[in-house]
Design a protein around this ligand. Structure first.
Ligand code: LLP
Length: 420
């Protein structure tokens, strides 16, 4: 459930704020987040596990806006981070270091040192060379890194190939068969304390079956590790729960929680989750204005002022985002097929192809739904376009939580070489 809907006047609103009001104040395109939706998603997710008091670490990569992170941090969320930048962001947003887990296949020594200084809760280690590097960095500092090895359960997650991570031919994790010697090494290396085990099998999963298979393998694996004498105090089940973008029917958090309860019953470890999309995805939209309606022989193009640089998911993953007219069309308005495209000079700068909608006019506002995760966080300045503004709504209030980039900011890193 989300808090984006039409009001009595037929204007699409974020909570109680009509979007035209925000567009008038901040211009377009802009991302708009709903506090109530974000909190509701966090509460529904956490409450379904309440019995287990898990550590719910929001995957910062899904949305790194300070206000989003701070809203979740205030509600008690931790953070799953994949870079020094994300640690900094999470800390600035008020996430205690004791609630931060550090994932990723390419942590640099500098990043490890920084994370150790911050005192983060857990490193999810993805390879032997990484483990050795972490040991060296930690011992040089006289510190101890709490480690979980990210194991790869080799399951097909049934999601888009670019976001599936649980199969053995991806770069992620350590095959379960190769993990026991890595744990033995971890137990022997200085500066390392074995703390747990972790896993993440992919993103936008719309069925429970891959989770069920992966969790049951992981459960057995925890037994194997404990038999080998390793103290396994944390079990990190990753993120990946899908959301409805269009007509998918992903499992509800409660059904996912039931599965977790079944598979992890009596595990005697702190459960950790790393949800990104399921918390933020449907808590945000991207609002854009139609620049032109262009007709060619047999085709109609709705050219909008947002581009693939603002929201790359349709171009990169053929992802579907529902497109909602901000002014509700009159009852009986004709529905036509049109392509919704951005201004970027790429054939792939397409938000929707042959989408059925009531044709807007130049100047009209459209909202791309389900853009709160992997939207703003993946935006770029391609074509020298400015990063969009981000706005947060709470009830009848709204605030700009990230300013639209200025040209001055965009060009501020450029230098001419001395021979000019
Ligand atoms: N934990 C780890 C280690 C991850 O790699 C990810 C996502 C998550 C947690 C959070 O997964 P979520 O709950 O959001 O599914 N840009 C793509 C998604 C990439 C996901 C990468 N890893 C998209 O827009 O669909």
């Amino acid at each position: 459930m989300d808090h984006f809907s039409y009001n009595a006047e037929g204007r699409y609103c974020a909570e109680d704020v009509p979007l035209p009001r925000i567009a008038d104040a901040v211009g377009t395109p802009f991302y708009c987040y709903s506090t109530a939706t974000l909190l509701r998603h966090y509460q529904v997710f956490s409450a379904s596990f309440a019995h287990a008091a898990p550590l719910v670490c929001f995957a910062v990569k899904a949305n790194g806006s300070l206000a989003v992170l701070a809203t979740l941090a205030q509600a008690g969320a931790g953070a799953d981070v994949v870079s020094q930048g994300e640690i900094l962001l999470a800390r600035r947003a008020g996430v205690p270091a004791s609630r931060i887990v550090f994932s990723g296949v390419g942590k640099t020594e500098a990043e490890m040192a920084f994370a150790l200084e911050e005192g983060i809760f857990q490193f999810n280690v993805e390879s032997e060379p990484e483990l050795r590097a972490l040991s060296a960095v930690a011992s040089a500092k006289g510190a101890t890194a709490a480690v979980a090895v990210r194991v790869n359960p080799d399951v097909a997650s049934g999601t888009h190939a670019k976001i599936a991570t649980g199969a053995k031919d991806t770069k992620f994790g350590v095959p379960m068969s190769e993990a026991p010697p890595l744990y033995a090494l971890a137990a022997a290396l200085p500066g390392i304390r074995v703390q747990g085990v972790s896993m993440h099998i992919g993103s936008q999963l719309t069925s429970l079956a891959p989770f069920a298979e992966a969790f049951s393998r992981l459960r057995m694996f925890v037994g194997t590790l404990r038999q080998a004498g390793h103290g396994i105090r944390t079990v990190d089940l990753g993120g990946g729960l899908g959301i409805p973008y269009h007509d998918e029917a992903p499992p509800l958090p409660e059904a996912y929680a039931q599965l977790v309860r079944r598979e992890m019953d009596g595990i005697d470890a702190q459960l950790i989750f790393e949800p990104g999309r399921v918390l933020a995805g449907n808590a945000g939209i991207l609002v854009t204005r139609v620049i032109y309606v262009k007709r060619t022989a047999g085709r109609k193009f709705i050219v909008v002022d947002a581009g693939m640089n603002d929201l790359i998911r349709p171009s990169l993953y053929e992802a579907h985002h529902d497109i909602v007219p901000v002014r509700k069309p009159e009852g009986g308005a004709a529905v036509e097929e049109a392509d919704v495209v951005g201004p970027v000079c790429e054939t792939g700068d397409i938000f929707a192809q042959a989408r059925k909608l009531s044709l807007p006019a130049a100047g009209d506002l459209l909202a791309f739904r389900s853009a709160g995760a992997y939207g703003a966080s993946m935006a770029s300045t391609y074509n020298a376009r400015l990063l969009p503004a981000e706005v947060m709504v709470r009830g009848s209030e709204f605030a700009v939580v990230k300013t639209r980039q200025s040209y001055e900011e965009l060009f501020s890193r450029d230098r001419l070489p001395p021979w000019f």
